[in-house]
Design a protein around this ligand. Sequence first.
Ligand SMILES: CC(C)(COP(=O)(O)OP(=O)(O)OC[C@H]1O[C@@H](n2cnc3c(N)ncnc32)[C@H](O)[C@@H]1OP(=O)(O)O)[C@@H](O)C(=O)NCCC(=O)NCCS
Length: 201
Amino acid sequence: MSEKPHSATWRVRGARPRNPRERHTIKSVNTDIAIRLAEADDAHGIAVMSRDHIESGLSWKYDAPRIARAIRHRDMVVLAATEPEGRRDALRGFAAMEFGEERAHLTLLAVQPAHRRRGIGRCLVDWLLESAVTAGIASIHLELRSGNQAARRFYRALGFSETVLVPGYYAGRESALRMIRMLRSPGPLPLAWRPPALGQK
Ligand SMILES: CC(C)(COP(=O)(O)OP(=O)(O)OC[C@H]1O[C@@H](n2cnc3c(N)ncnc32)[C@H](O)[C@@H]1OP(=O)(O)O)[C@@H](O)C(=O)NCCC(=O)NCCS
């Protein structure tokens, strides 16, 4: 894939797709959550959320420089869910997905504990799913810590299915559960192209 899928439309809780350059807003009780592409300034907050809510008890892989690289990477989409708090926008959640030719990998997703069950996680994943459909992706893949029952239920509620348990995936001591969501039947592999070799028929 050559471009980030900026042109995807998205829809949350029955809202109609709109201009993709607009921020997407979820109306919840007295508050507005905006979903937008993450920017360099978001890297620190996202990294801290990853450390505390995804990688807790493991070594911290997704630190701020790595998140900043992901935000810049042309095949990654990193989203931030924010909400006005005083004079600034507070980070409530984020998601990161890597787009391949036919497969996308949902690498990271978290919502601040005090803001769970408000539909923020679903909204982030819906945004990515619609981007993936637009980009022609056939399947979305992810791994989660096998003991993470909340995330397991969340992904099941969003149409993901469990595929395989991978023992020792995390630091050699904790299993991962792989999950998949098919978006379409995988297409045939493209024919391998080779440059013409001079002097050969
Ligand atoms: C998983 C996570 C991202 C869900 O975010 P969220 O914003 O709370 O999820 P939503 O409010 O959009 O939930 C959508 C649906 O998922 C299901 N769900 C979400 N959390 C659930 C839980 N703790 N138990 C059971 N079902 C749950 C429900 O069906 C829910 O719909 P409902 O609230 O109308 O019943 C959040 O719990 C989280 O950040 N967990 C820690 C990090 C993590 O585990 N990340 C995923 C692995 S990398």
